[in-house]
Ligand binder design. Structure first.
Ligand code: FEO
Length: 399
């Protein structure tokens, strides 16, 4: 791969990871990129590095543009290892005059790498440094996605280097949003938000308001993963605004795991009931769907209906694992309901309800349970429950 000049004297020098398929539990079946940016000005600055496994690609790209020892400043926007894993080797190679990071970044760098003599300099929120003809303003973005995260803004180029925000796990030879199919791009952008940022939605709402108040002019957003936004900036900012408000569309999900297809029969009957109300509904068998794809559906759905058979006084392991994953991400403002078959004890419905209570879902049904195999009248009850859920979705959403 070659470097790409994204703005005058500003270059993409990152690495493409075509092979990664799991990112701490998130299925990255389209790979990813670790973006790093080099600014050649009176001072030469490198923004972020890459995962340790990809350092050769980063160094190869830097050498296409400058002698690495000519780099004056390293800027660490985020200390998670996919962006800082090669920092020790880069510091050795570059011998930078300064390494800029946030105050929390200062602590995190020390806690990760235990350096003895790195020229670290913690910057204040809003602090500006000069590179010569260009300046860089640092904006603290704590918890997006780690306490140390910050953005770097170059006003002369209206360029926001946004760390994890606005990223996508999407490997491609293309570097810009208008070179990729828009639906694929937004699908991966929403998957990234759903699986990395959902928990931090209140902070994202505040950040978007802050950026608006500051009147930052932005005509390019360069995240640390995936392609760079230059043509669809308003689209992605609006999408983040919508997702962070957790409104949910007129859509329901019926997510289930089944042992001997009894819970599956119930799931299909509930789905038919929801469908009869005109609400969009998706039936998801956890045996065939990855939890991170299910979370992408949850992001835009208003109702989450969970079904599981009881196994050994608990839930089937796929549902238990999915609930643990979803609870960590804490989607809010959802309608919830549970159902499932059982043989003798039947705890699964109660356990699913408890999980949804923890996430503060609005649980509109006590839960439907049937012993062994549901009969015709039982399935009619499922259809009726589906109709009530569909009606609740209609009442709580805009068309
Ligand atoms: Fe791409 Fe939070 O690291």
């Amino acid at each position: 791969m070659n470097t790409t000049e994204i703005k005058d004297k500003i270059f993409w020098v990152g690495a493409i990871d075509w092979d990664i398929r799991d990112f701490h539990g998130y299925s990255t079946y389209k790979g990813t990129t670790y973006n790093a940016f080099l600014v050649k000005d009176e001072k030469t600055a490198l923004f972020d590095t890459v995962k340790k496994s990809h350092i050769n690609e980063l160094v190869h790209h830097i050498k296409q543009l400058v002698d690495p020892t000519d780099i004056d400043y390293l800027i660490v926007n985020h200390v998670e290892m996919d962006h800082s894993g090669s920092l020790p080797e880069i510091v050795d190679l570059v011998k930078p005059e300064k390494i800029f990071c946030s105050k929390m970044g200062f602590k995190a760098i020390n806690e990760h790498f235990h350096p003895e003599d790195w020229p670290l300099e913690a910057v204040e929120n809003g602090q500006t440094i000069s590179l010569g003809s260009k300046t860089v303003t640092f904006l603290e973005t704590r918890m997006l996605h780690w306490p140390d995260s910050m953005f770097s803004y170059i006003p002369e180029d209206k360029l926001l280097i946004s760390s994890d925000a606005f990223g996508q796990h999407l490997a491609s030879s293309e570097r810009f949003d208008d070179q990729i199919d828009f639906s694929v791009l937004m699908e991966q952008t929403s998957k990234y938000y759903a699986n990395i940022l959902t928990l931090y939605s209140p902070l994202i709402r505040k950040l978007l308001a802050k950026v608006q108040d500051m009147g930052l002019e932005i005509d390019m957003i360069a995240p640390d993963h995936g392609v760079i936004w230059r043509s669809h900036i308003n689209d992605v900012i609006q999408a983040y605004a919508d997702w962070s408000q957790n409104k949910g569309k007129r859509k329901a999900l019926v997510i289930y795991d089944t042992m001997w297809q009894s819970t599956e029969k119930m799931a299909k009957a509930i789905t038919a009931g929801i469908d009869s109300t005109g609400v969009s509904v998706k039936l998801i068998n956890l045996a065939h769907a990855h939890r991170s794809d299910v979370m992408t559906d949850v992001l835009n759905a208003k109702a989450v209906v969970l079904g599981c058979a009881t196994l050994n006084n608990g839930m089937l392991p796929r549902m238990a694992g999915f609930l643990m994953y979803m609870r960590g991400l804490k989607p809010t403002n959802k309608i919830g309901a549970a159902f499932g078959s059982f043989g003798w004890s039947g705890e699964a419905v109660k356990l699913m309800n408890r999980s949804m209570e923890d996430m503060k879902f609005d649980i509109i049904e006590p839960g439907l349970r049937f012993k062994y195999v549901p009969g015709h009248s039982d399935l009619k009850e499922c259809v009726e429950m589906g109709k009530r859920i569909g009606q609740a979705v209609i009442e709580q959403t805009e068309e």
